[in-house]
Design a protein around this ligand. Structure first.
Ligand code: C2O
Ligand code: CU
Length: 579
């Protein structure tokens, strides 16, 4: 069983156990003997099953099990001792078991809340608050249902509740260790890049665009979605003037995957101010990496990108022969872009398909009618790519794959999630059952460039209650905190840095570091054996543990975030800073 399924199974079992105890408590209070015993049996089985899931999760990694071992396990044990033992010989009047069963239910609820609202790392404050809640709720039930506890017991319970509440609140509210959140009022300068050799102007504005015969309200560059395709040759100096006509919430340009100098990175509040309506900003950088990239606004990026403020950036090495097609996939108002296209390609002509996922979730691409090779991922060429046939690829949010093949005499079609988007003629192949290519074993391996790391960071992805803002929110968290309260990762120029990225949530998080490409070292303990993979976007699925590394060679303050942009907006964003 994968760790992701274990996480889900453990949650379901925990809910069953809690519901069983609470249901049993209610049934016994109503003197429904058979119902009580039924509920209690479910709870008992579920509680025992949890021992298995918690141990399995702990073996997969302490991050997945920490609060379950420290908080849920002792509370479940207490539930078993108090309620389970009471029911070994059910009392004649089943109602007298009600308080014990309810106690077990409160214990389960407390542990569940700790997992759902706080998670990793274990917080003594959250644990004590849970204990206080259990003690208080049990005392109240006891008073209501009787038999009245002796004054000593009653006072002890109240004492436990109050002490746990006071300590828990104190610990939960204590100021955390020093947090370094970037707050640069002086943004970095452009730096000298030489005379521009390619100039572009992009004007952002609200627009109505036509998709599949429907008029759709959008935010667009130059009135079109996607925005104009920017192309350059290696060695060009690009100058891109961004104008904002009427996007009230501001606009910037971020060159996704292009490791530009920090001042050109387009992150509002970190590398520049967002450009307000009527203003402009000029970006300049040298194009020295060839490959497939894209640009998008980083101001209210969740809304801005979804509404259409994105486009393709392709940097070509010297002259290109053959057919070169970009396929930027996007969902605009529920409609899929690009619109399907058919192109005549003569047999024998080399074809490069540049697949780009500009959405916030993974897409599945399948190329039918030909064998192909994956020439590059995230703009970096792969080493020794081998031919693949009837194989799909999964591209994470923000990611790019370049597929190459020689056009056969028969038609070829590219399917995205089962829909043909580009073809050379009619193809009717069902691609849904094709296996998915695993890039971690694809192509020719090479020895790792680094044997030691100067700095290591662990990034644990989860959900949790965030009470620091104006309104409480159920945030997407990193190491138990949500933006802007996640401590920055601080590195020195020249450091070799390792990230361990762990997903203990139930959804995929496409991770994206700005300004650097990371080298994939391992996934779930298995080293990457194929071509070196230099990525800027990678899907961390539920239960996944990724190890990646990079050289800190691009000074500045950089965003490091989940590229499911609603997640980033809901807290999953931190910063990498150079000391
Ligand atoms: Cu494509 Cu910070 O994003
Ligand atoms: Cu995410």
């Amino acid at each position: 069983m994968s760790t992701g399924s274990l996480l889900a199974a453990d949650l379901v079992i925990a809910v069953l156990a809690t519901a069983g105890w609470l249901g049993g408590g209610a049934a016994s209070a109503a003197r429904r003997r058979r119902l009580t015993l039924g509920f209690a049996a479910v709870a008992l089985l579920a509680t025992l099953a949890r021992a298995v899931t918690i141990v399995a999760l702990a073996r997969a990694g302490w991050w997945f099990a920490a609060e379950k071992v420290v908080v849920a396990a002792p509370l479940s044990l207490a539930a078993l001792l108090v309620a389970g033992v009471r029911l070994l010989r059910p009392p004649a009047d089943i109602r007298s078991a009600a308080v014990a069963l309810l106690f077990a239910g409160y214990a389960g609820s407390g542990a569940l809340l700790v997992t759902l609202l706080h998670g990793y790392p274990v917080s003594p404050g959250a644990a004590l608050l849970a204990v206080a809640g259990v003690a208080a709720a049990t005392t109240v039930s006891w008073r209501v249902l009787g038999p009245r506890p002796s004054p000593v017991v009653s006072r002890a319970a109240v004492g436990v509740a109050v002490a746990a509440l006071v300590t828990g609140t104190g610990l939960a509210a204590a100021p955390d260790a020093v947090r370094e959140v970037p707050h640069e009022h002086e943004y970095r300068d452009t730096g000298a890049v030489g005379e521009p050799t390619r100039r572009f102007t992009l004007t952002a504005g609200t627009a109505t665009v036509r998709v599949s015969g429907r008029d759709v309200a959008a935010w667009a560059f130059d009135g079109q979605v996607p925005g104009p395709e920017l192309t350059a040759d290696v060695g060009d100096v690009l100058e891109v003037t961004l104008r904002n006509r009427d996007i009230a919430r501001g606009v910037t340009l971020h060159w996704h995957g292009y490791d530009v100098p920090n001042g050109q990175d387009g992150v509002p509040g970190v590398t520049q101010e967002a450009v307000p309506p009527g203003q402009e900003f000029v970006y300049r950088f040298r194009a020295d990496q060839a490959g497939t990239y894209w640009y998008h606004t980083h101001a209210v990026s969740d809304v801005g990108v979804r509404m259409g403020l994105y486009g393709v950036l392709v940097v070509r090495p010297a002259p290109v022969t053959g057919v070169d097609v970009t396929v930027p996939v996007h969902t605009l108002a529920g409609l899929t872009l690009p619109q399907p296209r058919t192109e005549q390609v003569e047999a024998g002509v080399p074809v490069r398909l540049r697949l780009i996922n500009t959405d916030s979730t993974t897409h599945r691409y399948a190329l039918a009618g030909t064998a192909f090779r994956v020439a590059a991922i995230d703009g970096s060429d792969l080493r020794g790519p081998t031919p693949a046939v009837e194989t799909a690829v999964l591209i994470p949010a923000g990611g790019r794959y370049d597929l190459v093949f020689t056009a056969p005499a028969t038609p070829v079609a590219l399917f995205v999630d089962g829909r043909a988007v580009w073809s050379t003629g009619p193809v009717s192949t069902a691609t849904g059952s094709w296996p998915v290519l695993d890039p971690l074993g694809y192509g020719a391996g090479a020895p790792a460039p680094w044997a030691r790391f100067d700095r290591e960071f662990t990034v644990v992805l989860d959900r949790g209650l965030d009470l620091r803002g104006l309104l409480p929110r159920y945030a997407h968290t990193v190491n138990g905190a949500a933006a802007p309260d996640i401590p920055a990762q601080v590195v020195r120029l020249g450091d070799i840095v390792k990230f361990t990225v762990v997903n203990r949530s139930l959804v995929v998080h496409p991770w994206h570091l700005h300004g650097h490409h990371v080298l994939v070292l391992a996934r779930n303990g298995a080293p990457a054996t194929g071509s070196p993979l230099w990525w800027d976007s990678f899907d961390v699925r539920p239960g996944d543990v990724w190890e990646v590394a990079f050289r800190a060679d691009n000074p500045g303050a950089w965003a490091n975030h989940c590229h499911n942009l609603p997640h980033a907006d809901a807290g999953m964003m931190l910063h990498l800073m150079y000391r």
